[in-house]
Write a protein that binds this ligand. Structure first.
Ligand code: GDP
Length: 197
């Protein structure tokens, strides 16, 4: 897929104020600092579109970007901030889970995983929750330039193995680097293939 246009549409703190669910929607989510903003900017080839390195605990926003006047790329707030209060974490949970659970136009959730790390409980729990809700998701292993391919593959394999304790099938997996622009075509073509069905 060629990205001809990518425009910021709106930021929301309330699910009730989202744009009408009339276009296919693809959400991006992961632990804070996983490289989500960098990945989004790489995908749409616009450096400043998603804000990188947001401060933990800042207002939690759902950001909608319209791509090619055709589909929404949705930037969801990161999870797993170590330093935010319990009540803020609960707010996050409610806000995001309501969005994910209720958004009719949502096609796929891209769950971003830091490729440098062994499987993290919080990521596995999140995938399991998506599975319980019957939501389609794909995994994007980020920052692959940071270590050898062998190390990345080891972490990806370990994550798959952990998923197989609760899932029968492994979701589609992408390995990306915003630094080297790796995986860009693959992720965009995946979106394109769903949109054309
Ligand atoms: P977010 O909090 O998930 O939106 O993460 P950011 O996109 O702000 O990235 C967090 C940090 O990781 C920043 O310092 C980025 O420059 C860095 N980063 C993100 N993606 C990559 C990548 O693919 N390769 C490398 N080497 N660094 C990355």
């Amino acid at each position: 897929m060629i990205v001809k246009s990518a425009d910021f549409v709106c930021s929301n703190t309330q699910v009730s104020k989202l744009p009408p669910a009339v276009k296919p929607e693809y959400a991006f989510i992961g632990r804070s600092n996983v490289g989500k903003s960098s990945l989004i900017n790489m995908l749409v080839d616009k450096k400043g579109l998603a804000k990188t390195s947001q401060t933990p605990g800042k207002t939690q926003l759902i950001n909608h970007f319209l791509i090619n006047d055709n589909w929404y790329l949705v930037d969801l707030p990161g999870y797993g901030y170590a330093r935010i209060s319990k009540s803020k974490k609960e707010d996050w949970n409610k806000f995001i889970r309501t969005y994910l659970d209720k958004r009719e136009s949502l096609q796929t959730v891209f769950v971003l995983i830091d490729s440098r790390l062994e499987p993290q409980k919080i990521d596995l729990e999140f995938c399991n929750w998506l599975g319980e809700k019957g939501l389609s998701f794909a995994l994007i292993f980020t920052k692959a330039d940071k270590q050898s391919r062998v190390k990345t593959d080891q972490n990806v394999s370990a994550f798959k193995k952990a998923l197989l304790t609760t899932f029968e099938d492994i979701p589609t997996i992408f390995i990306t680097s915003a630094e080297l622009q790796t995986g860009r075509e693959e992720v965009l073509n995946f979106v394109g293939s769903i949109n054309n069905n």
